[in-house]
Design a protein around this ligand. Structure first.
Ligand SMILES: [Zn+2]
Length: 118
């Protein structure tokens, strides 16, 4: 199951990033699972598209409406995947406060939660 292997790999990657104890990372892990799930559904669309196209060519029938619907679904899923990946990227460059484990910007001089000086 390539999809499951990908999901496990992505989950491990998610554990390795900074800010392990924050909700932000929990949400990043969820986002990565969401991406894997959408990619899996999109790949099924690709498969449906290929099968349908095969049938059309085999039977010399051209019915574009169904193909267009699948293409639209794939485009929508690609947009969702792109948006989720951008969200994850924008939540990078964080550090964990050694005193209270709060999440802070990499560039922050002090912890906004407890005032610890980085
Ligand atoms: Zn702190």
């Amino acid at each position: 199951m390539e999809f499951l292997d990908n999901a496990v790999t992505k989950a491990k990657e998610a554990f390795d990033i900074a800010c392990k104890k924050t909700n932000e990372v929990v949400s990043t892990q969820k986002q990565k699972f969401d991406i894997a799930a959408i990619e899996n559904k999109r790949d099924k669309d690709y498969e449906r598209l290929g099968k349908l196209y095969f049938e059309l060519v085999k039977n010399s029938e051209i019915e574009n409406a169904e193909i267009e619907a699948i293409v639209t679904e794939i485009k929508e899923k690609n947009e969702k995947i792109k948006a989720l990946k951008e969200e994850i990227n924008s939540s990078k460059n964080k550090r964990v406060c050694p005193q209270c484990s709060a999440c802070a910007e990499e560039s922050a001089a002090f912890c906004s939660n407890c005032g610890y000086k980085f």
